[in-house]
Design a protein around this ligand. Structure first.
Ligand code: AMP
Ligand code: MG
Length: 262
């Protein structure tokens, strides 16, 4: 669901287990075709060379950011996809403004850039944990909108995704990380501290979605309890964005008709 700029958002009333009435089989069949088309559009984006695509992914822990990247780009040439994972900032990063570390990871012409977490952490975790005072984080929505406008003005197509799982689904996924020895490595006791602050995070996410969904850089709320539905929705948005971008293969440099390869 696209967040129309300037509208109110109530995450509590959006069902994280929505499936749009689709069966898993139908969704997976449609997804397969879209993942293939995304690969073709990625090639066209590269050949066209005038635009770039930035995908921003945000979610609560276990929300499925990594799985979404893995699945959605399974048919896309990895050379054209640049993934940036934003973790707890280093001391050098903290010594600068919060967009300093972000800007260098924005995609270049022809590329797809993926932000696995992003500058939005600076109004999410930073706000919820009180890492900077309110007078600082509350100004950041305007900075972020201006930053994204700059990127869009310079040729970046931006699509932002909030993967919406509910608290019960997070419990199941955290439990799976405890129960499955091949998933133990993903279990992070610190995630439980964030889980305790669930309602604060939802309030912070709601503000993000209301204040920073713009025409050039819209947010999409993706019901994400069911991975197969999540993958389908994300692929649909990306494919549609690239289909509408007016991309074309460049004309060859010279007339190729008379050329004979000896
Ligand atoms: P993960 O995505 O599980 O590898 O965890 C990355 C961690 O980095 C998460 O707990 C984020 O909340 C944290 N993080 C990312 N960006 C920031 C930021 N700007 N300030 C503080 N913590 C951050
Ligand atoms: Mg984590």
């Amino acid at each position: 669901m696209k967040v129309e700029p300037g509208t109110r958002v109530s995450l509590a009333s959006i069902a994280a287990d929505d499936t749009g009435g689709l069966t898993r089989e139908d969704a997976e069949r449609r997804f397969k075709a879209l993942a293939k088309e995304l690969g073709e559009l990625g090639r066209l984006l590269w050949a066209d060379g005038s635009r770039k695509l930035l995908m921003v992914l945000q979610a609560m822990d276990t929300g499925g950011k990594d799985g979404t990247i893995r699945k959605v780009f399974r048919r896309t040439n990895p050379q054209g996809v640049k993934i940036a994972n934003f973790k707890v900032p280093t001391s050098e990063e903290l010594a600068h403004d919060y967009l300093w570390r972000i800007h260098e990871h924005t995609p270049g012409s022809g590329e797809i850039g993926v932000f696995n977490r992003s500058h939005y952490e600076d109004v999410l975790v930073v706000r919820v944990l009180g890492l900077v005072p309110e007078e600082r984080w509350s100004r950041r929505y305007d900075h972020i909108n201006a930053f994204e406008r700059l990127l869009a003005d310079e040729g970046t197509i931006i699509r932002k995704f909030y993967l919406h799982i509910d608290k019960d689904e997070q419990k199941r996924r955290l439990q799976a990380r405890l129960d499955d020895p091949t998933k133990n490595w993903k279990f992070n006791a610190g995630d439980l501290d964030h889980r305790k602050l669930w309602d604060d995070y939802m309030a912070a996410y709601q503000d993000v979605l209301e204040k920073t969904s713009t025409d050039q850089a819209p947010w999409h709320i993706i019901p994400a309890n069911h991975k197969w539905y999540r993958n389908l929705l994300v692929a649909e948005v990306l494919v549609e964005a690239l289909r509408d971008a007016g991309l074309s293969y460049p004309e060859p440099e010279e007339d190729l008709d008379g050329i004979v390869i000896e």
